[in-house]
Design a protein around this ligand. Structure first.
Ligand code: G
Ligand code: G
Ligand code: MN
Ligand code: NA
Length: 255
């Protein structure tokens, strides 16, 4: 309860920061973009993980202010990187959006304003939503269609972990599937994770979605995931989430 009250003031107090994890194209291992991940620098508790405060923020409604800040900040950073790094015109930034935030009236306008104010092209922004966030829901379907109308990419995050139906893929206008890292964790050529990972990548290809595998930590996983048809990868093998001032050096190293 204390934490919930503090959440309310934390945006104004400047206690949130974003770190950025590289996303790479598997065929040449070039960095194509980043996923923005929020951190709360709490004055007494130290760094609080989003796993511990995003659910509280969703229930208390603070997610609208927090998520709005993250969106504007990520767009601002990405617009700067596009012009500051060599050959970064197509750099993309992925921003996680919670269900209640997506369903808030005015969310799409907020996204449009973040793009306009930052100068970031819509094609450089990808919004990540989870299957549970968008399940059977008129408001989110409507918001997603309007986001696509702006030219923003839409990724289904943690794909494969929610108790959702595959029919969702036919009704939500996503552009990208992000295979949850639980399938990558103990993947082997003969194992059951590889069977599921293969099915997801084939579905993505057939439906004309991009595919990203999360949680790649070893070279063996990278090689296997690529052989299964994944286009993009993310994980500690390519890089941990970085503070913004380290993204440029990483970009230069990987491109
Ligand atoms: O690095 P990691 O511990 O950051 O992230 C943990 C979880 O928090 C992930 O599921 C991620 O999607 C979520 N998360 C990270 N940043 C944000 C954010 O800005 N908004 C929302 N809604 N979720 C986030
Ligand atoms: O749920 P979402 O995919 O948005 O969040 C990504 C989460 O996965 C973050 O907590 C991030 O720090 C974490 N993560 C990213 N790469 C790896 C990895 O290679 N291994 C593990 N264990 N976690 C990872
Ligand atoms: Mn994500
Ligand atoms: Na994920």
């Amino acid at each position: 309860a204390q934490l919930v009250r503090e959440l309310g003031a934390a945006v104004e107090a400047g206690q949130f920061t974003l770190v950025y994890q590289p996303i790479v194209r598997l065929d040449d291992q070039r960095m194509t973009g980043v996923e923005a991940l929020i951190r709360w620098n709490h004055p007494t508790r130290g760094v609080v993980s989003p796993v511990d405060f995003i659910p509280l923020a969703e229930r208390s409604g603070h997610i609208v202010a927090i998520g709005g800040w993250a969106l504007r900040e990520a767009c601002r950073q990405a617009a700067h990187w596009r012009s500051a790094f060599p050959a970064a015109e197509d750099l993309t930034v992925n921003v996680n959006v919670a269900g209640p935030q997506l369903r808030t009236a005015g969310f799409v306008d907020e996204v449009a304003a973040a793009l306009r104010d930052s100068g970031l092209p819509a094609s450089c922004l990808s919004i990540e939503v989870t299957e549970t966030a968008v399940l059977d829901d008129e408001e989110s379907a409507e918001a997603m269609l309007r986001l696509r109308g702006l030219g923003i990419r839409l990724a289904l995050d943690d794909f494969g972990t929610a108790a959702s139906s595959l029919g969702l893929l036919l009704t939500v206008p996503v552009t990208t599937l992000k295979l949850d890292r639980s399938f990558v964790e103990s993947i082997t050529t003969v194992g059951r994770q590889a069977a599921v990972a293969t099915a997801v990548s084939q579905m993505a290809t057939a439906l004309d979605f991009s595919s990203v595998a999360e949680g790649i930590e070893t070279d063996e996983q990278r090689v296997l995931i690529q052989s299964l048809g994944y286009q993009y990868g993310q994980g500690y093998l390519f890089g941990r989430p970085l503070p913004p001032d380290e993204v440029g050096d990483r970009w230069a190293e990987m491109n």
